[in-house]
Ligand binder design. Structure first.
Ligand SMILES: Cc1cc2nc3c(=O)[nH]c(=O)nc-3n(C[C@H](O)[C@H](O)[C@H](O)COP(=O)(O)OP(=O)(O)OC[C@H]3O[C@@H](n4cnc5c(N)ncnc54)[C@H](O)[C@@H]3O)c2cc1C
Length: 448
């Protein structure tokens, strides 16, 4: 008989996990709070598009979906930085077009994953919200839109129900998970740059950034030749979501700080007033599982701020790791869950920290000469010492090196870069032979 696994939440991570487990021969049942997006249309709630990197592609490749999804994704070669005077400058992410990220529509990706899970044999029940769990009888209590309830018994329950996880709340009633949520004091608002005569209004193959110190706008391309713009702004202070509270204030902010974008956003006022303001934060848990009964994955276990574009990518790594652990055949579910947490939690904590750091980098440092000099030197040292020095962004984005290792290596590299650039303005003021010697003395070889 097939081993039964129940997943709560058929968002990005739940649907991929469902597909991977069903493809490996498990009897998978998914319960999703929303209606089927393939029939009802996708009800977003979070960002419209997302940056997909190597870790995410890896999971999609394993599920056999890379070829289907590749044509739907738009390549982003680097950050197109928009200065206040309207000038632009492309800062490449990697060495060449083999080191890029991809913008993909959340709804399309989710629907493709649902198709994959179903065609592998998973059963998905939509409009079924987890309301409660009776742990004595291992029974899920689910409610539909009308309030009608249904019961489902399962001894193996995985919570992929996002940052506000209902399964997490049910687990916390019986075991202290050591939960801590740290809200970011900045929130976000999405706006749209539509196509102009059917074409992209700006360079399509870039992630556009308007860094403005304590706040910023970004824009990611969509396959339909539009861009989704996201304004990140403090909640309080000036300017903030407190002060930019009217159509006139929004327009004035954009005309002052993002002037080159204003003509491209025809519905600025409408989008600003009608689109919701999204909250951001980091979720830390000391424990992800309830003995052998229930386990949290994806945002339900480790929601992070979006500034490294890695939340989904990290969740897809969870899905691969968990499917592999189940497929290895151990019958002890408690052991599988504990091993999953042992492997993944340090990595989730590392990407949470790097995502917070990246916010400062994106909104501030990309316009800072000292940061740019360190970055330039980092590239030079990486080219001269590829066995020891890889820019941290590259380790996170273009490799599947565990996040915790990328974090530790990145910190050691940053110490070297700061020491070598102290008091220098230009790269030709730095003795590169001495810099190489320092790299060899202070940085471990990769893979050691
Ligand atoms: C503004 C923004 C930009 C982002 N950009 C990126 C990016 O560029 N790259 C990247 O990798 N990540 C990005 N992320 C992070 C990414 O969105 C999340 O990490 C990802 O969506 C997590 O997937 P998930 O399946 O764990 O959770 P979710 O996507 O939240 O899915 C949870 C699912 O569970 C369902 N559900 C919830 N409660 C219940 C319930 N009680 N019963 C049943 N079902 C339930 C929901 O309806 C949903 O379908 C971004 C996030 C934000 C907010």
């Amino acid at each position: 008989m097939k081993r039964e696994i129940t997943i709560v939440g058929a968002g990005l991570v739940g649907a991929l996990l469902g597909a991977l487990l069903a493809q490996r021969g498990f009897a998978v049942t998914l319960f999703e709070r929303r209606p089927d997006p393939r029939k009802a249309g996708f009800l977003g709630g979070r960002s419209i598009n997302l940056a997909l990197a190597e870790r995410g592609w890896h999971g999609l490749r394993l599920a056999g979906l890379a070829e289907t999804l590749q044509p739907l994704a738009v390549m982003m070669r680097g950050r197109m930085v928009h200065a206040p005077d309207g000038s632009t400058n492309l800062q490449r992410y990697g060495r060449d077009d083999s080191e890029v990220i991809w913008s993909i529509n959340r709804g399309r990706l989710n629907m493709t994953l649902l198709d994959a899970a179903e065609s592998a044999g998973a059963r998905i029940h939509f409009d079924q919200r987890l309301a409660d769990v009776d742990w004595n009888s291992s029974t899920l209590h689910l409610a539909d839109e009308s309030g009608a309830t249904r019961m489902h018994e399962s001894t193996t329950i995985i919570g992929a129900d996002g940052a506000g996880s209902a399964l997490r709340a049910a687990m916390a009633q019986t075991l202290d998970l050591g939960e801590r949520f740290e809200p970011l004091d900045h929130s976000y608002k999405e706006l749209e740059i539509p196509p102009v005569e059917g074409r992209f209004a700006m360079e399509p193959n870039a992630l556009h950034i308007w860094p403005r110190g304590n706040y910023m706008c970004i824009a990611l391309p969509n396959a339909e030749s539009s861009f989704t713009v996201t304004l990140f702004l403090p909640n309080h202070g000036d300017p903030s979501f407190d002060t930019i509270d009217s159509v006139a204030a929004a327009r004035a902010l954009f005309e002052r700080d993002f002037a080159d974008a204003v003509p491209l956003i025809p519905d600025l006022e409408h989008d600003f007033m009608h689109n919701p303001t999204g909250m951001l934060g980091t979720l830390y848990l000391q424990r992800w599982h309830l003995h052998g009964r229930a386990l949290l994955v994806g945002d339900a276990a480790h929601a992070i701020v979006p500034f490294h574009g890695q939340g989904m990518n990290c969740g897809f790594e969870d899905a691969v790791e968990l499917a592999d652990l189940f497929a290895a055949g151990a019958s002890d579910t408690g052991g599988i869950f504990a091993e999953f947490e042992r492997r993944r939690r340090p990595n989730a904590e590392a990407i949470a920290a790097m995502a917070l750091e990246n916010y400062v980098e994106m909104r501030d440092s990309v316009a800072d000469p000292a940061f740019l000099l360190r970055r330039e030197l980092g590239r030079v040292l990486a080219a001269r010492n590829p066995d020891r020095f890889v820019p941290r962004y590259s380790m996170v984005t273009f490799t599947r090196m565990p996040y915790a290792e990328a974090f530790a290596r990145g910190a050691a590299q940053e110490r070297v870069l700061r020491a070598l650039t102290a008091g220098r303005q230009r790269i030709d003021e730095i003795d590169l032979a001495a810099a190489d010697a320092r790299v060899r003395a202070e940085l471990e070889p990769l893979g050691s």
